[in-house]
Structures are given as structure tokens and as C-alpha cells.
Design a protein around this ligand. Structure first.
Ligand code: CA
Length: 245
């Protein structure tokens, strides 16, 4: 494609409208962990450190989902949940309770208070993100309708389909994950080792040159015979998705 007509990097990463998550948690370290993981997953994050603040924040601006810790100072998460359910504007607001309590009885209490789902600490950030998406998909399908786009490439994450310039691109599962990783971080250079960790997983033993094999396949699938190469090879460093390559 013509470089002059390429959208700027910022515009190219059109993550459409980001779902807004209000995190209600008093432990700052956990708040930062949640913020980091949720932002990475494409959510807009706001934070309330106690129940009163959460209720005030929701009054001002209703988020798309509340991630609500059970153990909060002054007012428990359960009480916050009940109050949100009592108010008309937040009666149907998706709420996921977060807690150290893992007993079945507590789970039932959380759901009884009106929570849509329940995640026990310690939790894996990946699983938490999946649960958030599942709740949003159930309650607000439009928000979970995910697609990534970069330059003329569009990746439908739900249908697992990729197009370039409107034409289908056929990718194997590894190339799909690789492209998804690049599209979530356009312009950023990743070493082979970083790509192995993120795309193949830390506990899988694969040689670094395997990455080169899959990059080559991804390039062939994306570029066909006549399209500009959008994957930049950075000597001694790795690879990046870059339309101005
Ligand atoms: Ca807490």
C-alpha cells in the first residue's frame, strides 16, 4: 500500500470504543496489577478505593462493568453490590465480585447479592479477563464484539477471520496468535524470546528460529505477491508490525 495514505500508528490501532471497567479495591498493589492487565486487554480502567467512593463514582459516570472486591474498608463489597442493584440506573450493571473467600457459601452470598460472576483470589489475570469478557458478552454483546485493525488489516477476534484490503487472509493458528500479538502492540519491536513467551507460552520449549519460520508464513499469507510488507525485521532485535516498514 501507498505509505503516504497509511493511517498514523495511533489511528491505525482502532480498538473501537474501549469497555470501561471500574475497579473497586483498597490494596494499591492489586489495583496496579489489575489496571495493568485490564489496560493490556483493551479496557479503560478507573479505580475506587472504597465502597463510598465506588457508589459516588458510579453516580457520576456509569461504567460498563464493575470489578468489586469483597473485602473493603467501611462498606463491604456485598453491601456495595446490593446498593448498586437497588438503584435504577445501576440495577443491570455487570458486576464481578473479587475475593479471597473461596468457600461455596460465600460464592452463593455474592451471587445472591446480585453479582454476575465471582472470581476468587489468587486469580490468573488471563482468566479474570476471560471472565470479564464472558460477562460483557452475555450482558452487553456489542461491547464484546471485538475486532482489531491496523492499516488495511482487520482481525475479527470472534470469528477468527483476518482480511487485508477486504480480502480474506488464511492463517494457521500460530500465525493468527502471532498477528494478534502484533496488532495489539503495533509498532513495538519484539525479540524472538518475547514472542515465544507471549505467543507460544513460557512453559513451552521451542527454539528461537521457530519464530522465524512462522514469521515467514505470516508474511507470505499477509503480503501475497504484491502487497507491501507490514512486518519489519529489526536486525539483532526482532520483529515489529509496521505499515511504514
Ligand atoms: Ca480488599
Amino acid at each position: 500500500m501507498n505509505v503516504a495514505t497509511a493511517p498514523s500508528r495511533r489511528e491505525a490501532h482502532t480498538a473501537s470504543v474501549k469497555p470501561r471497567v471500574l475497579v473497586v479495591e483498597d490494596e494499591t498493589a492489586l489495583v496496579e496489577l489489575l489496571r495493568y492487565n485490564l489496560e493490556q486487554a483493551g479496557f479503560h480502567v478507573s479505580v475506587a478505593y472504597d465502597g463510598e467512593e465506588a457508589l459516588a463514582s458510579v453516580q457520576e459516570d456509569v461504567p460498563d462493568l464493575v470489578l468489586l472486591d469483597w473485602m473493603l474498608p467501611l462498606m463491604s463489597g456485598i453491601e456495595v453490590c446490593r446498593q448498586l442493584r437497588r438503584q435504577t440506573i445501576t440495577a443491570n450493571l455487570p458486576i464481578i465480585m473479587l475475593t479471597a473467600r473461596g468457600e461455596e457459601g460465600d460464592r452463593v452470598r455474592g451471587l445472591d447479592a446480585g453479582a454476575d460472576d465471582y472470581v476468587a483470589k489468587p486469580f490468573s489475570p488471563t482468566e479474570l479477563v476471560a471472565r470479564i469478557r464472558a460477562v460483557l458478552r452475555r450482558i452487553r454483546p456489542a461491547l464484546a464484539d471485538e475486532a482489531l485493525s491496523y492499516a488495511d488489516i482487520v482481525m475479527d477476534l470472534v470469528a477468527h477471520r483476518v482480511t487485508r484490503g477486504g480480502k480474506p487472509v488464511h492463517l494457521g493458528p500460530t500465525e493468527f496468535r502471532l498477528l494478534r500479538h502484533f496488532m495489539e502492540h503495533p509498532g513495538r519491536v519484539f525479540s524472538r524470546e518475547q514472542l515465544l513467551d507471549s505467543v507460544w507460552g513460557k512453559d513451552v520449549y521451542v527454539e528461537a528460529r521457530t519464530v522465524d519460520v512462522h514469521i515467514r508464513r505470516l508474511r507470505i499469507a499477509l503480503n501475497g505477491d504484491d502487497r507491501a510488507d507490514v512486518i519489519r525485521t529489526v536486525r539483532a532485535a526482532g520483529y515489529a508490525l509496521d505499515a511504514q516498514a
